[in-house]
Design a binder for this molecule. Structure first.
Ligand code: PMT
Length: 417
C-alpha cells in the first residue's frame, strides 16, 4: 500500500534525527517516494547526504538556497504529497506549525499541503509536558493532525521519562493507518480472531496449539490499512510483534472465552459488525474438570498403573453457532481450515457445515505454510463452488487477498433488496 505514495518527511533538530534515517530506508524499500526536508537545526545532527542516499531523491534543507529550486518547489511538494510526516517533531517546530509560520522549507510546505499531517513528537520529557507544547499539540489535532505518542524510556538527557522517538515499525504502522483512511474498508467494522486457545489441565498446564498469531495479526493490520475499524480478539500468540497500532486488541485464553468475546462483539455490538474473520486455532475439546491444584505424580488422580486419564468434552463451534444466529445475520463470515490431509474435501465440508461466506484452507503439513511461518499457501473456497489456489505468499499478502474477496461480498449485501 506504500507503493508510489508521495510522503514528505520533515526531520527536525533533535537527537532522534538520526533515527529518521532508518524510517526513510524502510519507506523507500516499501516503494514510497520520500521527499525529505531537514530543518536548519536538523542539519547539525544529520547530513542531507544521508537522506539523499537513502531516499534516492534530492533533499531540501534551505528554503532560500541560491538556486531558487526549493523556494520554487515548496507549493508543488505540499500539493502533491499523500502524507506530510514530521518525525522527529521538536517542541520548536510544533510551535511554529501550530502558529502557521512559514519561515523555513518545512513550515512553508506544511502550509501548502492539504494531505494528512502525522507528527511524531520527540523531546525531553519536561519540554513535552509543558503547557505550551501540549496546547500546540491540541491545536494541531483540532486541525486534523494525527499524533504518534512518544514512548517512555531513557532520554538523551539521561533521565527516564516520556519523549522517546518510537520504533520504526510503530511509525510505519501509523503511516499505513493514516494513508489507508479512505480505503475500501473505510466505514466498516470488522472482527478478526488470531492465535490459539489454551485449555487448562490444572493451574500450571494446558492443552494448546502451535498458532503464532501472525496470520490473524496480518489480517487485522491489513483491514486497518484499508480504513476499517478493527477489533482483534487474540488467544495465545508466540510471535513477538509489537502491540498493533490503531487496532482494539482483546486477549482471551480458552475457547469459551473466545466464544464469549466473539459473541459479545458480533451479536451485542451497538454499532453493527460487517465481517468476522476467524484465523484463530480453536481447541475443539477442553478438559471437563481442570484440577484446582497442580496434578502431582503419585497423587490420587493417577490410575493404579501410574497413567493419568483426562476426560475431554467438546467445545462449542463458534462459527457454526453464528450461522443460525439471527443477531449475527448479515455479517460476512470467513473461516480458516487447518488441514493435514484431504484439504479440499475437509475445507468444502467445513464451508457447508458452518455456512460460511468464504473458507480459507491451509495445508499445515506443507513447508512454509500454516503455523508459525511468515508465509502461507492457501486455497479460498467460495459459496458458489469456486476454489482459488494462491501461491506461497507472505501472510500480509494472503491477508490482502482475503480482504479483496470480502469487499465485494460486503458491497453485495448493501445492494441486496
Ligand atoms: O497463527 P499462525 O501461526 O499464523 O497460523 C495460522 C493458522 C494456521 C492458525 C491459521 O491460518 C488457521 O488455519 N486457523 C484456523 C485453525 C483452526 O482452528 O482450524 P479448524 O479447521 O479447526 O477450524 C475451522 C474454523 O472454525 C476456523 O476458522 C476456526 O477459527 C473455527 N472454529 C474452530 C473450532 C471451534 N470450536 N470453533 C470455531 O469457530
Amino acid at each position: 500500500m506504500l507503493k508510489d505514495k508521495r510522503i514528505v518527511l520533515g526531520v527536525c533538530g533533535g537527537i532522534a534525527a538520526y533515527k529518521a534515517a532508518d524510517l526513510v530506508s524502510k519507506l523507500q524499500q516499501a516503494g514510497a517516494l520520500v521527499d525529505v526536508i531537514l530543518t536548519e537545526r536538523a542539519t547539525e545532527f544529520v547530513t542531507p547526504l544521508t537522506f539523499a542516499a537513502l531516499s534516492h531523491r534530492r533533499v531540501y534543507a534551505n528554503l532560500w538556497e541560491p538556486s531558487g529550486e526549493a523556494a520554487a518547489r515548496h507549493i508543488e511538494l505540499g500539493q502533491s504529497a499523500d502524507l506530510l510526516l514530521v518525525a522527529p517533531a521538536t517542541a520548536n517546530t510544533l510551535a511554529r506549525l501550530a502558529q502557521g509560520m512559514a519561515d523555513d522549507m518545512l513550515t512553508a510546505v506544511a502550509l501548502a499541503c492539504p494531505a494528512p499531517l502525522l507528527l511524531a513528537p520527540a523531546m525531553e520529557s519536561h519540554m513535552y509536558a509543558h503547557a505550551a507544547t501540549q496546547a500546540n499539540l491540541r491545536t494541531l489535532v483540532e486541525r486534523g493532525a494525527t499524533i504518534v505518542p512518544p514512548e517512555t524510556g531513557h532520554l538523551a538527557s539521561g533521565e527516564v521519562g516520556v519523549g522517546r522517538f518510537p520504533e520504526t515499525a510503530t511509525l510505519l504502522a501509523y503511516v499505513r493507518r493514516v494513508l489507508g483512511r479512505g480505503g475500501d474498508l473505510a466505514g466498516r467494522r470488522v472482527v478478526v480472531t488470531a492465535g490459539g486457545t489454551q485449555e487448562p489441565l490444572d493451574p500450571v498446564r494446558y492443552i494448546g496449539n502451535r498458532s503464532s498469531g501472525l496470520m490473524g495479526f496480518a489480517l487485522a493490520e491489513e483491514a486497518r490499512d484499508r480504513g476499517a475499524e478493527v477489533l482483534l480478539i487474540a488467544g495465545a500468540t508466540t510471535a513477538t510483534e509489537p502491540e498493533p497500532v490503531g487496532i482494539e486488541l482483546r486477549r482471551v485464553g480458552t475457547t469459551l472465552e473466545l466464544r464469549a468475546a466473539v459473541r459479545a462483539a458480533v451479536r451485542e455490538a451497538v454499532v453493527g459488525v460487517d465481517a468476522l474473520v476467524m484465523a484463530a486455532a480453536v481447541a475443539d475439546y477442553r478438559v471437563e474438570q481442570p484440577a484446582a491444584q497442580k496434578i502431582k505424580k503419585g497423587s490420587a488422580a493417577e490410575n493404579a498403573d501410574g497413567s493419568l486419564t483426562l476426560r475431554l468434552v467438546t467445545n462449542p463451534d463458534i462459527l457454526a453457532e453464528l450461522a443460525t444466529d439471527e443477531r449475527a445475520a448479515g455479517v460476512v463470515r470467513v473461516g480458516f481450515a487447518a488441514e493435514t490431509t484431504e484439504v479440499a474435501k475437509n475445507a468444502a465440508s467445513k464451508l457447508e457445515r458452518k455456512q460460511l461466506d468464504l473458507l480459507v484452507a491451509n495445508d499445515v503439513a506443507k513447508a512454509g505454510s500454516g503455523f508459525g511461518t511468515e508465509t502461507n499457501e492457501v486455497a479460498i473456497f467460495h459459496r458458489d463452488g469456486r476454489v482459488e489456489q494462491l501461491a506461497l505468499l507472505p501472510k500480509a499478502e494472503v491477508a490482502a487477498a482475503i480482504w479483496d474477496r470480502v469487499v465485494p461480498l460486503l458491497r453485495a449485501r448493501e445492494t441486496r433488496p
